[in-house]
Write a protein that binds this ligand. Structure first.
Ligand code: NAG
Ligand code: NAG
Length: 353
């Protein structure tokens, strides 16, 4: 059995959960295993910090975030958040399903971004289960017509530490009464040198996607699928984030079509390495796409410990379906029907050398 199958089995093991209890208010929750630590909040099912060792064993927090819940409430960068009901952009802030047109909140140049003006990243989730040395499960019951989306949807996300510095994320969603699009995403920004260490332009990135879904000026997919060959988007072999960034009209904020043919298994999505600290992060998922965003739109933002984050301070690798699939019949469908279950798995492995 391959490493990846083992990881997948470990995640499936999460289906059996105990110690259920309910919390109504906003709180902070820790996960610790070995020398890895996470801090999370049920506000937006958000990852606040991830602490892992470098090649000398020195610990650092490698994700961007804030010191207070007020800042998370005001946030427009989606630091660490769980995004839904539909992550990424929906062109024209509407879609048609079974002959009915659904109008959504406009929050990004005439389009809908990351689930609307108050998506899953801005609601208080219930803490369903928490065991500090193992996992935390957040749940959220989305109501009919919430942010314009059809039908009730039961959502859960589990963050789990296992093995040696492995972090699993399991997102599950079940429509109750109507078919609905579902496209959840985890929106953590990584800086493997440390969240307060400046830009990520010298980080090495590899993405296992030979194609992208190109976008128009407002970042809405044209519907085409285009090869990365001979373009700055080619990360099939590891290269520096900054090596060709100046050849781009804008910045890296694009969906890669992952080189895989099944959503039933985990496959490798990407690798990120910081040559200075030696920290490396590998990512596996069962999703068909990954949004690669190198925070080129990040304005100066006051983060944890009063540090000011600037442009290019972090890398987001958001596994998900293709953006705006609801308006592109040639893209794999994101419609989930009552009786069906949406399942999204991610596994991160942190090493250092
Ligand atoms: C988790 O983050 C919150 C908000 O920044 C902070 O108040 C709390 O002390 C942190 N908890 C731990 C254990 O780091
Ligand atoms: C949140 O935004 C409001 C309105 O822009 C502002 O007055 C407030 O200071 C902000 N809070 C934080 C913690 O940044």
């Amino acid at each position: 059995m391959s490493d990846v199958s083992l990881l997948f089995c470990a995640l499936l093991g999460l289906l059996v959960l105990t110690h259920a209890h309910q919390h109504e208010k906003i709180g902070f929750y820790e996960l610790k295993r070995g020398n890895m630590r996470l801090n999370l909040t049920n506000y937006g099912a958000t990852v606040i910090s991830v602490i892992v060792p470098d090649k000398h064993g020195n610990l650092a927090d490698v994700v961007l975030g804030y010191d207070s819940i007020n800042s998370y409430e005001n946030d427009t960068c989606y630091f660490g958040a769980l995004i839904g009901r539909v992550a990424n952009r929906i062109g024209g802030a509407q879609f048609t399903l079974d002959g009915k047109t659904y109008k959504l909140p406009v929050n990004d140049h005439g389009n809908t971004l990351h689930g609307g003006t108050k998506g899953f990243s801005d609601v208080i989730w219930t803490v369903k289960s928490h065991r500090e040395d193992n996992h935390i499960t957040f749940t959220y019951d989305s109501f009919d017509n919430e942010q314009g989306f059809p039908g009730k949807l039961e959502v859960s996300v589990t963050y789990m530490l296992f093995g040696r510095n492995l972090l699993g994320v399991k997102m599950i969603a079940k429509p109750i009464d109507k078919a609905t699009p579902v496209n959840l995403a985890q929106h953590t920004y990584w800086n493997l040198r440390g969240h307060n260490s400046g830009d990520i332009l010298s980080h090495i990135v590899q993405i296992f996607g030979s194609n992208i879904t190109p976008v128009d000026n407002n970042l809405i997919p044209t519907g085409k699928v285009q090869s990365v060959q001979n373009t700055p988007y080619d990360f099939l072999k590891p290269k520096k984030v900054g090596s060709q960034i100046n050849e781009l009209p804008g910045l890296y904020d694009i969906n890669y079509v992952l080189d895989k043919n099944s959503q039933n298994h985990l496959s490798k999505v990407a690798m990120v390495r910081d040559p200075v600290s030696g920290r490396k992060m590998e990512l596996w998922s069962n999703q068909l796409g990954v949004q690669y965003y190198t925070s080129g739109m990040l304005g100066d933002t006051k983060g944890k410990g009063g540090v000011i984050y600037h442009k290019h301070a972090g890398i987001a690798l958001e596994t998900q379906g293709y953006p705006d699939s609801v308006n592109h019949p040639n893209f794999p469908s994101q419609i989930v029907h009552p009786g069906e279950t949406y399942k999204h798995y991610m596994v991160y492995r942190f090493t250092a050398s």
